[in-house]
Unconditional design. Structure first.
Length: 168
């Protein structure tokens, strides 16, 4: 959250090297810019479902008006669209993905360059790679905030079996 307007910024990820000289190349990084959306006029009353005998938890007395982080935009696309800016007092974010497939275990270090309003700043970067292999697919159970009314909007109908399938 800057104290002054930032009309442009960009993050450049450089290659990283570990203690044995192994390298994670710069192309293994993906940089995204956090996009924010402003919500106004959101629901202001609970919605009761006779079908499920419960209130819809997505509504509250005051609604959900405010500014929220939404899409992660690839940095190149954000720069092209002029979306790589932050107004004074507003939040901004950068998200970095790193593909470490095939990287040897060890601690990799290097420098990233953050360019803000034409001024470069060096940021030390360190990544520790463990000697483990993750499966291509993950089947961990989790809760991702799917509510019955959202399922109904997507499917065009809702019943207990469909809701249970989504929740499972």
């Amino acid at each position: 959250t800057p104290q002054f307007d930032i009309p442009s910024f960009a993050l450049t990820m450089n290659s990283l090297k570990n203690e044995k000289g192994n390298i994670i190349p710069s192309w293994a990084f993906e940089v995204y810019i956090q996009h924010y959306v402003t919500v106004s006029g959101s629901g202001n009353a609970p919605y009761w479902s006779d079908t499920f005998q419960m209130y819809n938890p997505t509504y509250s007395k005051n609604g959900y008006d405010g500014t929220y982080p939404d899409a992660l935009i690839p940095q190149d696309a954000a720069i092209t669209a002029g979306e790589n800016k932050i107004s004074a007092g507003k939040n901004g974010g950068i998200w970095v993905n790193l593909n470490v497939q095939g990287a040897a275990p060890g601690t990799y270090t290097g420098i990233a360059t953050l360019t803000v309003n034409g001024t470069d700043m060096e940021i030390p970067v360190s990544v520790k790679i463990y000697d483990v292999t993750l499966p291509d697919q993950v089947h961990a159970k989790s809760s991702v905030g799917i509510w019955w009314d959202m399922v109904e909007k997507g499917e065009g109908y809702i019943d207990r079996n469909l809701a249970d399938t989504y929740f499972e």
